[in-house]
Design a protein around this ligand. Structure first.
Ligand SMILES: [Zn+2]
Ligand SMILES: [Zn+2]
Length: 360
């Protein structure tokens, strides 16, 4: 056994091998993500997949333990990965500088030992909940408030999810950059390092125990530093929550196609007339409502200026992956690696899994 971990072995029930065999997905590399990743790496978790599209800003430096002034402008996942590798050189890190839906495929969520949400918007948490529910992945979701935080444990795939606690209106919110946002929803959250560190440490503790198959509370841990308490609150499953329609995982068929392959290669490997569906909108073209300029442009939706009149133009999108030029890669369309793709066929939906292999 590695001398690095010899003190761990003195802890009753500690199982270092189980940690080193684990793969944990951390969605969000902000203040909470930094804390959770640090704890898991130092505890000896074998592999982390870290996902965050953002770059480091100066206002991050007061709360995010891995980032330094000279990192401003760099990707969070790049700098976090370097720091984690320094902390624990044997760790395997995979970086996904994308939004969750483009960065981490459903098969990866299905296969992970644990998924951890370190997100700062309700819409992003909902998306994580929806993706995890699809493949019945267990996950922990954390959030902070000015003087404490919450750790929500979603360990029973048939139990409640994050969406269950929300009203139907709130459940419908999305925060993709191309959607029409209410400016008030865009204000930064109040946050400081004591709350992030406190909440992140609870998340790290729960994660380590879960990975070693030790008992954990199932519910929401509410951490209140004003009272000096932490309490567990049971969550209720909402029978009207729309997020509980898992994919029949036993029916998923593996394809010999990866995200770097083209749409042409995908259609060749599917039955004729089958229409693959995307989990998030794919941009087909740009259309200017001011001057009527339009152009085909396949890819992830973007907000661009009209080349003719300079007005902001919105993308036209589709969820059907068809009529795409054959040479466009699945990656370009925003399909995540190891994605499970729903395919519409004559007799209903079938399911296909992309096989991406990562060489680290
Ligand atoms: Zn639910
Ligand atoms: Zn125009």
């Amino acid at each position: 056994m590695n001398k690095r971990f010899e003190r761990h072995l003195l802890i009753p029930d500690w199982n270092q091998a189980q940690l080193s065999n684990a793969t944990v997905i951390i969605v969000g590399m902000g203040a909470l993500g930094n804390e959770v990743a640090r704890i898991l790496a130092m505890a000896g978790v074998g592999k982390l997949i870290i996902c965050d599209p953002d770059i480091i800003e100066t206002s991050n430096l007061s709360r995010m333990t891995f980032f330094r002034p000279q990192h401003v402008g760099q990707l969070k996942v790049d700098m976090a990965s370097q720091a984690l590798q320094d902390l624990y050189p044997e760790i395997i890190i995979e970086k996904r500088p994308q939004f969750l839906i483009h960065g981490i495929g459903l098969a990866e969520l299905r296969d992970a030992s644990l998924v951890i949400g370190c997100l700062d918007s309700q819409a992003a948490r909902l998306q994580l909940a929806g993706r995890c529910q699809l493949v019945q992945a267990r996950y922990i979701d954390g959030g902070t408030h000015p003087w404490g935080g919450e750790v929500r444990m979603y360990l029973d795939p048939n139990g409640p999810c994050f969406g269950c606690g929300l009203s139907p209106e709130k459940r419908a919110i999305v925060d993709e950059p191309w959607s029409c946002l209410d400016q008030n929803d865009n204000l930064p959250e109040a946050a400081a390092i004591p709350s992030s560190a406190l909440t992140g440490t609870w998340m790290g503790m729960m994660a380590v125990r879960l990975l070693m198959n030790l008992d954990c509370p199932d519910g929401t841990i509410k951490i209140d530093s004003v009272r000096g308490t932490s309490t567990i609150v049971k969550q209720q499953k909402d029978p009207n929550c729309t997020l509980h329609h898992p994919i029949p995982l036993e029916k998923v068929q593996k394809l010999n196609i990866s995200v770097t392959d083209t749409f042409g290669a995908l259609t060749k490997s599917l039955p004729e007339q089958a229409v693959p569906l995307s989990w998030s909108p794919i941009q087909t073209s740009l259309y200017c409502s001011k001057c009527k300029h339009s152009q085909k442009k396949w890819g992830m939706p973007s907000n661009e200026k009209c080349p003719k009149c300079d007005a902001l133009i919105h993308p036209r999108t589709t969820l059907e992956i068809k009529d795409v030029p054959d040479n466009i890669t699945l990656e370009t369309l925003g399909i995540a690696p190891c994605e499970i793709i729903a395919v519409r066929e004559e007799n209903g939906l079938t399911w296909f899994e992309l096989c991406d292999v990562f060489n680290v």
